[in-house]
Design a protein around this ligand. Structure first.
Ligand code: AP5
Ligand code: MG
Length: 191
């Protein structure tokens, strides 16, 4: 099994570009944000706990998302691998992922990182707020907190995966089509 990570700040285009990778490699797209929003929509206890944190632009506890990921690794069988979007998001989650994969005689295949500056994060998320109605897109304060959380907790993963020789970065600016072409070219070069 292959284990790709689609990395990047909020609004970088991870969800938008995921299909480029899933179709090329027959991967299951796993967005921890989408899984959590499904729990919120269903009103589960986990969803209720997560909503408070997500609406504040904070992360949910590491154990919560780690449990979701482990259970998918154990149950999804009809694919050649996984495309992780929004996970890992802390060094602790990256270490937990390494351990989960080690236990399955596997490892992270590659990290594909989409990079955009903070101003573009704001523009894109404000644009999406009007279309999708995500609660955590609705206020500038929440968007600012998500950006701050990214810089503080998630950005350190760049060094973590660079040190492991698994980090590849793509300019996330430009049209959706231009970014798609850059991802395709990168994937071809990784083969
Ligand atoms: P999550 O759902 O992962 O949100 P995020 O990381 O903030 O990322 P987004 O989904 O906002 O951005 P994206 O990169 O997918 O961009 P998209 O393609 O939609 O997480 C939400 C919350 O859940 C977190 O804040 C946290 O609380 C919690 N959570 C999730 N995972 C967790 C974890 N592992 N641990 C702890 N907590 C966790 O694009 C954005 C917009 O831009 C769209 O409208 C799109 O159409 C547009 N767009 C995309 N590309 C382009 C382009 N090239 N040009 C113009 N517009 C574009
Ligand atoms: Mg997304």
């Amino acid at each position: 099994m292959k284990y790709y990570i689609l990395f990047g700040p909020p609004g970088a285009g991870k969800g938008t570009q995921a299909a480029t990778m899933t179709s090329k490699y027959n991967l299951r797209h796993v967005s921890t944000g989408e899984l959590l929003r499904a729990e919120i929509a269903q009103g589960t206890p986990l969803g209720k706990q997560a909503k408070v944190l997500i609406d504040a632009g904070q992360l949910v506890p590491d154990e919560v998302v780690e449990g979701m990921i482990a259970s998918l690794f154990d149950t999804v069988k009809d694919v050649d691998g996984f495309l992780l979007d929004g996970f890992p998001r802390t060094i602790a989650q990256a270490q937990a992922l390494d351990k989960m994969l080690q236990e399955r005689n596997a490892q992270v295949t590659s990290v594909v990182s989409l990079m955009i500056p903070d101003e573009t994060i704001f523009e894109r998320i404000r644009g999406r707020a009007a279309i999708e109605g995500r609660a955590d897109d609705a206020s500038d304060a929440t968007i600012s907190n998500r950006i701050a959380t990214y810089h503080e907790k998630t950005e350190p993963l760049i060094e973590y995966y660079r040190a492991a020789g698994k980090y590849a970065e793509i300019d996330g600016l430009g049209t959706i089509e231009q970014v798609r072409e850059r991802i395709s070219a990168l994937l071809d070069s990784l083969k």
